[in-house]
Ligand binder design. Structure first.
Ligand SMILES: Cc1cc2nc3c(=O)[nH]c(=O)nc-3n(C[C@H](O)[C@H](O)[C@H](O)COP(=O)(O)O)c2cc1C
Ligand code: SF4
Length: 421
């Protein structure tokens, strides 16, 4: 993305550093040209699924009106990068919205912001008012006859509303629960059953750079197929937690020990979650020198997801950590699918039993059996018996601790409690 000073939430600062040049360029381009440009930039979505942005745009069904929704729900534990983009650089996202709208012949866009983000929402509202006043939004934008209206909608506090079809239901005023597939993509049928592009805040915030500097320059920032830069939200037991914008292709060792300052208090690195709470965990003996790319993470049995890297040191009880993650998914399950609704609750209860010292020898097999009912075969990428990936996400901490930390799990069971207490 383009680097702007810290006060670039104002239009004045944003424009003084070249803001809205990309949107102006887009106004003179056709849909085909814009879709091709974004396809050739290699930009992949930053909301977690890692799908090509240009390809998604090319799928947009021909019926009109079409809509654009920018997903700023950001409720995955450990993910806090969209918050910074919304709060510190809202015009960059708004410029990305203009570009996406023109590329997809959209005249009505929505920004869905996590309800617990009051300051980012206020900054976005203020930035929208500035853009409307300047003629960058509304009727006849940038002196053309193009109309684009943008509305902010605050989320109701449920993680599941980040799943794009649940988000669409929520936006329509319905209960925020995922829709049954097909249609697989809102690009076929989405908001009000019309073609809809759903893109993440970071995804659209990449577009001004691509328009201004071109696809080749964007590709050159990255690594072979994983082009551009990527925002990592690093949290947990590191000395310097925070958001870091970096090229793909550095190693986990670089990220954790150089960029994030290494492990607190001189402790040892025990494990880390590479891409949000849904991702299977990595361990230093196998993954520390792996390159950070979508492909490498996938081959190693996990994902980059939303870029949330949660680091745990050797003082961490992995059973307690897994129980905490699973409890989140059990709490956030919308309850439509039996394997998710019942299975996540059972997973949580069994993990808590082990942690509290009442675990039995059979409990590890029982845990894996319950997990297998949610995600058959316990494979990666996961297979699903559910409408959306939330249920299968709850399986990741369980397969991680049984694969890498079986001895520690068994020590809880044989020792009658948590060895870290
Ligand atoms: C349970 C669940 C929660 C999700 N939460 C978010 C979220 O908070 N923000 C987001 O951008 N995508 C989220 N997604 C992914 C969206 O469904 C969708 O793929 C994404 O917004 C598309 O944008 P992108 O192509 O730009 O990545 C979530 C998916 C699932 C299954
Ligand atoms: S997997 Fe869980 S969260 Fe997703 S639709 Fe089914 S019950 Fe709801």
């Amino acid at each position: 993305m383009i680097e702007h000073p810290s006060d670039s939430h104002t239009l004045e600062t944003y424009e003084a550093t070249g803001g809205y040049a990309g949107a102006r360029k887009a106004m003179d381009m056709t849909r085909d040209e814009l879709v091709e440009l974004v396809k050739s930039s290699g930009l992949i979505g930053r909301g977690g699924a890692g799908f090509s942005a240009g390809l998604k745009w090319s799928f947009l069904a021909p019926a009109r009106p079409a809509y654009l929704i920018v997903n700023g729900d950001e409720s995955e534990p450990g993910t806090f990068k969209d918050r910074q983009l919304l709060e510190r650089d809202p015009h960059q996202m708004i410029e990305g919205i203009v570009i996406t709208a023109v590329a997809n012949e959209v005249h009505e866009a929505f920004i869905y912001i996590r309800g617990e983000y009051p300051l980012p929402a206020r900054r976005v509202q203020r930035a929208l008012a500035e853009a409307y006043a300047k003629g960058y939004l509304g009727k006849g934008i940038f002196g053309t006859d193009y109309e684009l209206e943008v509305t902010v909608h605050l989320g109701g506090g449920a993680y599941i509303c980040g799943e794009e079809t649940a988000l669409i239901n929520s936006l329509e005023g319905r209960r925020g629960e995922p829709r049954i597939k097909p249609p697989y993509f809102p690009a076929a049928k989405g908001l009000y059953m019309m073609p809809t592009i759903v893109n993440n805040v970071e995804t659209v915030s990449n577009l001004p750079y691509i328009l201004e500097h071109g696809a080749d320059a964007y590709r050159a920032l990255g690594h072979d197929v994983d082009t551009g830069t990527f925002l990592f939200s690093v949290s947990g037991h590191v000395n310097r937690p925070g958001n870091y914008e970096l090229p793909h292709g550095i190693t986990w060792r670089d990220l954790i020990f150089d960029v994030a300052g290494g492990i607190r208090a001189g402790n040892e690195l025990k494990t880390w979650i590479p891409g949000g709470a849904s991702a299977p965990w990595f361990v230093p003996s196998q993954h520390l020198d792996d390159e950070i790319t979508k492909d490498a993470c996938g081959k190693a049995g996990s994902m980059l997801g939303s870029g949330a890297v949660i680091v745990m040191d050797d003082t961490t009880c992995v059973v307690r950590a897994a129980e905490r993650v699973v409890r989140f998914f059990a709490h956030e399950s919308c309850g439509q699918c039996t394997p998710c609704r019942e299975g996540t609750t059972w997973e949580e209860m069994i993990l808590r039993r082990i942690e509290e010292g009442a675990g039995r020898e059979v409990d590890t097999d029982l845990l894996l059996d319950v997990a297998d009912n949610i995600s058959p075969g316990l494979l990666w990428p996961p297979k699903m018996t559910t409408i959306c990936p939330l249920g299968p996400s709850s399986v990741s901490p369980i397969t991680s601790i049984t694969r890498y930390f079986k001895d520690e799990v068994m020590a809880h069971i044989h020792g009658g409690g948590c060895p870290f207490d």
